[in-house]
Design a protein around this ligand. Structure first.
Ligand code: BES
Ligand code: MN
Ligand code: ZN
Length: 497
């Protein structure tokens, strides 16, 4: 990623370009903390260019100020309609254009805050979006696109911003950027690169020399602790299943939190094989696990006064002569028996098993993130994750955090009648019912595995974890959804308990 620097004083050499966001009607140059003569020169240039500020307008001119070589004005349209998605699109286009023009050092001036973000968070969020705006996954390209590399982005301070407050926001932006990139990289890695054992091995390395303890459970340990759901789903692949435990404990923890992330490194559907279309996409069926990994990295770095345990059931769901079958009955680790109606509804089995296993950590709060159902993607699209919770306060907290962090959610019903859809003739429940209500039914399934009185929230991230083509300013591929939400939640738990 490009370095983010605050633009407090004139650089030794002029920067290649100043990127300035402009709006229809009025561009508040007065809100930028720049020397008066620079500001006046920019105002002139804008006039000369005939900037109108319409969305998509891009106008470039030689800079009238010695601080920059040129000035590029990017229109955002109506100020009141400037949204988070529009911000993401704008920043991505700025960095792409700068890269294409071989500009290595640029400045960015953003005097507008998105209207759909809480005002006190808007600036920090803008800066973290800026940090992420040049993300692309090019690990497997022999010739990564050199043209897109900007080295340094200088942020023009806004009036009223102190060196300290901008510095703090930039630190936060860099940290979020690193964590979201970590989750995206994991989500983008294909199944032949990231399988349960390579994933687990990398986690051991990632948390070495941190206060987070990593335990990798293989088939033997899974058998011993009765995690037959994870074993069953994973048995069709030569890559054996794992359950990875990431444990952190402060001296005097204020609360115990367990985070469960669905870690299906590839989901072919098993014997209930998926159709070819979009199957390749199922390399990201471990995006929930990726978000939990990133959140645990943050925990390792910050050491909050909490007990935090990440549980990652890692499996590959493949058809084979040894795969689990429709009709099989699996006993999960809390003794609940599950009849397999559809081997493609594997996520709830491995997540449910891990949730039941979480009982031994006595969680006050249990959060699970899973790319669980296509139905959630149909219902909410790629804009919102589905939220189910057994506690209104926790649900409200997550809804608010969703708006603050940009990882937006929509609450859906967790009602006992949906359990009826999963009645089995032969076991305690089936893993899939009919078509109707299959989304709330998936949450009703998971609700059978919540330990004790834990306050529990389930996030179905099937729609939001991955975009096939660039969308709303997100680059193609894994989005890292959930990372910022989890960090916000952990902060909240520290503050409130
Ligand atoms: N991993 C899929 C869900 C999914 C679909 C995630 C699209 C991301 C994008 C999950 O394991 C699955 O296959 N679910 C089935 C459940 C059904 C068989 C009850 C589905 O949604 O079709
Ligand atoms: Mn599936
Ligand atoms: Zn799946």
């Amino acid at each position: 990623m490009a370095d983010l620097l605050p633009f407090w004083s004139a650089p030794d050499e002029p920067l290649d370009c100043l990127y300035l966001a402009t709006a229809e009607g009025y561009t508040p140059l007065g809100e930028l903390l720049l020397p008066d003569d620079t500001r006046a020169a920019i105002a002139h240039a804008i006039d000369d260019l005939g900037v109108r500020g319409g969305e998509g307008e891009v106008l470039v001119t030689a800079s009238p100020s010695p601080l920059f070589r040129r000035i590029a004005c990017f229109g955002i349209g109506k100020r009141a309609e400037f949204s988070l998605y529009a911000l993401r699109r704008l920043l991505r286009r700025v960095l792409e254009q700068a890269g294409r023009n071989r500009e290595y050092q640029i400045a960015v001036a953003l005097p507008f805050a998105p209207h759909d973000v809480e005002p006190d968070e808007a600036r920090a969020l803008t800066l973290s979006e800026l940090a992420l705006a040049d993300y692309r996954f090019d690990r497997f390209r022999s010739h990564p696109d050199e043209a897109t590399k900007v080295d340094g982005v200088s942020i023009v301070p806004l009036c009223g911003e102190s060196e300290e407050s901008l510095g703090t926001m930039l630190d936060r932006a860099r940290r979020l950027d690193n964590l979201v990139r970590l989750a995206r990289d994991l989500g983008n890695r294909p199944g032949n690169d990231l399988n349960p054992s390579t994933f687990a091995r990398e986690l051991v390395a990632l948390f070495a020399q941190t206060p987070v303890r990593v335990t990798v459970m293989g088939p033997k340990e899974l058998e011993k602790d009765g995690l037959r759901g994870i074993l069953g789903v994973g048995q069709g692949s030569v890559h054996e299943p794992r359950l990875v435990r990431l444990e952190y404990r402060a001296k005097k923890p204020r609360a115990a939190v367990v985070l469960v992330g669905k870690g299906v490194t590839f989901d072919a559907g098993g014997i209930s094989l998926k159709p070819v279309a979009d199957m390749a996409l199922m390399k990201h069926d471990m995006a929930g696990a990726a978000a939990v990994v990133a959140a645990m990295r943050a925990v390792a770095e910050d050491g909050p006064p909490l007990k935090v345990v990440g549980l990652l059931p890692l499996v590959e769901n493949l058809p084979s002569g040894n795969a689990f079958r429709p009709g099989d009955i699996l006993t999960l680790c809390n003794g609940v028996t599950v009849e397999v109606e559809d081997t493609d509804a594997e996520g709830r089995i491995v997540v449910g098993d891990a949730m039941a296993y979480a009982a031994r950590f006595h969680p006050d709060v249990l959060i699970d993130l899973a790319t669980l159902t296509g139905a959630c993607k149909v219902a909410l699209g790629v804009e919102l994750a589905g939220l189910f919770a057994n506690d209104d306060a926790l649900a409200g907290q997550i809804e608010r955090l969703g708006m603050r962090t940009g990882d937006r959610v929509w609450r859906l019903p967790l009602l006992p009648q949906y359990r009826d859809l999963l009645r089995s003739e032969w076991a305690d429940l089936k893993n899939a019912g009919g078509r109707w209500g299959s989304l709330p039914a998936s949450a009703a399934f998971l609700s059978r595995f919540v330990p004790g009185n834990a306050r529990w929230a389930h996030l179905d991230i099937a729609g939001v974890a991955y975009v096939v083509k660039g969308h709303n300013g997100l680059p193609a591929g894994a989005t890292g959804f959930g990372v910022r939400l989890l960090l916000g939640l952990l902060d909240d738990l520290v503050a409130r308990q």
